[in-house]
Design a binder for this molecule. Structure first.
Ligand SMILES: Nc1ncnc2c1ncn2[C@@H]1O[C@H](COP(=O)(O)OP(=O)(O)OP(=O)(O)O)[C@@H](O)[C@H]1O
Ligand SMILES: [Mg+2]
Length: 247
């Protein structure tokens, strides 16, 4: 029995070390890709600006495409870095007023997107025990999605609140936007997976993967409910699942 436990512990340690190595590898690769990408973006726009007479329309179009592709790749690389930072940064747990954070996040959206009228409903006095910076990132992503995917709703509404179930606090972000088919629910949390057309809404598909990592680091859980055309709700809690309860 003891030998079996030791074997398990040792393979656990090896697995953890391999995960860390992989994580640090992807961070380094993403980080080092940024400089050459900046060169590609920079030089393709310099060529367009400084050599307009030496390029015909086809040549200009190709350079535009090179620049746009490099920019998109830059966003993907930034996404990988964001995910990596959410995984590696030190977790500092304290009491955090999520209501205040939500107000703050929504205020920024309102300023950046002044043309839109979005009804926001934020429950007051909602607290969590967790890392303030990482929890802010959770709300930025979830409220950001709610904001974005209500882009075509006639009366957009975004809500943040909390309730309790089986003795634990469950937080939620709800919207009345485009929604999604529940068959895709698990896929939404996979890095770079998107269920809506690329042209319809901007994004690279890294937000929810980052949110899930942060919640997992808090030993919590995240799940979602939605239906096409009927909006979406993202629930999360910051505690492990009690025995026998599965979500
Ligand atoms: N509130 C929502 N309503 C409807 N669909 C959603 C909602 N939130 C997320 N999704 C779906 O889940 C996919 C993944 O979300 P995620 O936040 O990871 O990526 P993104 O918003 O497309 O891009 P990014 O967050 O990286 O800018 C989205 O592309 C969208 O299809
Ligand atoms: Mg997003």
């Amino acid at each position: 029995m003891r030998q079996r436990t030791e074997e398990l512990e040792s393979s656990n340690r090896a697995l953890l070390a391999a995960c860390r190595e992989l994580e640090s590898f992807s961070y380094t690769v993403a980080h080092d890709l940024r400089t050459p990408l900046r060169s590609m973006c920079g030089f393709s726009s310099v060529l367009l600006e400084d050599y307009p007479d030496r390029l015909d329309a086809d040549g200009k179009e190709m350079l535009h495409r090179i620049g746009a592709a490099a920019e998109r790749m830059g966003r993907l690389v930034d996404g990988i870095l964001e995910l990596s930072v959410a995984t590696r940064s030190k977790l500092r747990r304290e009491n955090v007023n999520l209501s205040l954070l939500a107000h703050d996040v929504v205020k920024v959206f309102n300023e950046l997107d002044a043309g839109r009228q979005v009804e926001t409903v934020i429950a007051e006095g909602v607290y969590a025990h967790g890392d303030p910076l990482l929890l802010r990132q959770v709300l930025e992503n979830l409220l950001g999605n709610a904001w974005k995917y209500t882009g075509n709703a006639p009366s957009p509404r975004v809500e943040f609140g909390a309730g309790s179930q089986d003795g634990e606090v469950i937080y939620f972000v709800r919207d009345n936007g485009i929604g999604f088919d529940m068959r895709h629910a698990a896929k939404l949390f996979t890095p770079f997976a998107r269920v809506h057309g690329v042209g319809d809404f901007k994004g690279i598909g890294i937000g929810l993967a980052t949110v899930q990592r942060i919640i997992t680091r808090h030993e919590g859980r995240i799940w979602t409910e939605g239906a096409p055309g009927e909006g979406a709700t993202f629930y999360f809690c910051l505690t492990p699942a009690p025995e026998g309860i599965k979500r």
